[in-house]
Design a protein around this ligand. Structure first.
Ligand code: ZN
Length: 428
């Protein structure tokens, strides 16, 4: 397997790429204007926020910084495109020559470009309907070299790319939309719009088998665009659009050239952080990555506390925050929670709530919890001794002494707790 990917990412801007129409309309054809419907005489204007996102992704993927960014018209005739061209990029894209690091290799990024999404075609009971809300939504296209050689690499690459996008502020909630490039011979074969890792792998395997069989029979592989039929697990020739080489590209005269915005924004590479913290603080890389890959807040807490407590403790407390779906605790209160965890107390939803609301958590009540925990352990280990604890004060005092010494607690407190536990009737 040796595949390249074209990943399409819709950018989370408030308005479309070349007009002021909102990007989050639900009622069909409710967010449209002469620009995104391609009326004659309408002129596009570039949305700077889209360029900012694109530039940040480009930088994070280590692309060569583009001097200037410009746009072209990719001309083709299709009902989703009433002006008969899509505004995209050719010679001066946002970025070229980047890479994404996965555990086994660097997957090279050939180019990143900005373009507009066409309208949506809906085929329904014999009609073809059009929804122009999607027309002009900013898309980022990320094209890799054919460097991905296994399912494992594919999975890791897509996870890593999604995490990078997340930290740039582009949260992909569903799967990434991907086109596959598989070229065993000179002919470039593209499988359009495959979603989900399972489908990508199946489509790639089918295509590799198909192309190998053709070549072994001495037949030629046709350069074409194919689609993936999920139900039948096969790719099919789709003659809907021509291949790239047949498109006409012309310079877009309505847009100027743009300088890429400079940015000092520090973008987090979660996998790099996980590797570094694992090496430095001895926690499992995989555990750290799982916590922070798509969670800015957990990363911020971990980063803040990394030199203040053991990484294992930090991880445990973050895991508890996630378990109880508690967000927005902030650094200071997180430290407080860490202190409580250090004292050996059980952290539960109620305690988290208390700390978050700024209520003072009595250290004594914390201590009591850890005393109870220790008492339970001691009772388990000394059942025989305690059977006659009423007649045998030595046994009772022995436990009190042990627990008090271990927790550096007040023996009187321990005695009160032990009596309470025993009177309730301890059962193991
Ligand atoms: Zn519009």
């Amino acid at each position: 397997m040796k595949i390249g990917l074209e990943v399409h990412v819709a950018l989370p801007t408030k308005s479309k790429l070349f007009c002021a129409c909102s990007t989050d309309a639900t009622e069909p054809n409710s967010s449209i204007c002469p620009i995104c419907m391609g009326f004659p005489g309408s002129k596009p204007m570039l949305n700077r926020a889209a360029l900012d996102y694109a530039s940040n992704v480009s930088r994070t993927l280590g692309c060569m910084p583009a001097q200037m960014v410009s746009f072209v018209r990719k001309v083709y005739f299709y009902p989703d495109l009433p002006k008969s061209y899509q505004i995209t990029q050719l010679q001066e894209p946002v970025g070229v020559d980047g890479s994404v690091e996965i555990s086994s290799k660097k997957v090279k990024i050939r180019r990143i470009q900005l373009e507009e999404d066409p309208a949506k075609i809906i085929r329904e009971s014999g009609y073809t309907l059009m929804d122009f809300n999607r027309s002009g939504i900013p898309l980022l296209e990320i094209v890799t070299e054919p460097d991905i050689a296994s399912e494992e690499e594919l999975r890791e690459f897509l996870g890593e790319l999604r995490s990078i996008l997340y930290y740039v502020g582009i949260n992909i909630e569903k799967e990434l939309k991907v086109d596959l490039n598989i070229s065993l011979s000179k002919a470039r074969v593209e499988v359009k719009n495959v979603t989900g890792i399972r489908n990508l792998v199946d489509a790639a395997n089918y295509e590799i088998k198909r192309q190998t069989e053709l070549t072994s029979k001495g037949k030629e592989v046709v350069q074409e665009t194919r689609s993936y039929n999920e139900a039948e697990v096969r790719t099919e020739s789709s003659r809907e659009k021509e291949s790239d080489e047949e498109y006409g590209f012309i310079f877009e005269p309505d847009l100027t050239s743009y300088k890429l915005p400079s940015s000092n924004a520090k973008v987090v590479l979660a996998s790099k952080v996980a590797r570094e913290y694992s090496r430095k603080y001895g926690a499992k890389e995989k555990t750290i990555l799982e916590l922070i890959q798509f969670d800015r807040e957990s990363y911020a807490l971990m980063d803040h506390a990394k030199d203040k407590a053991e990484m294992q403790k930090i991880i445990a407390v973050i895991e508890l925050l996630k378990k109880y779906e508690s967000t927005g605790i902030g650094n200071e209160k997180f430290e407080e929670l860490l202190e409580i965890a250090k004292s050996g107390a059980q952290i539960n939803a109620e305690l988290i709530k208390k700390v978050k609301s700024g209520q003072r958590v009595e250290t004594s009540s914390v201590n009591l919890q850890s005393i109870d925990k220790e008492i339970t352990t001691m009772i388990k280990n000394h059942k025989e001794l305690l059977k006659e604890y009423e007649k045998n004060p030595k046994a009772f005092n022995f436990i009190v002494g042990e627990v008090a010494a271990k927790l550096k607690a007040n023996p009187r407190d321990v005695a009160i707790r032990l009596r309470a536990v025993l009177e309730k009737g301890f059962k193991d």
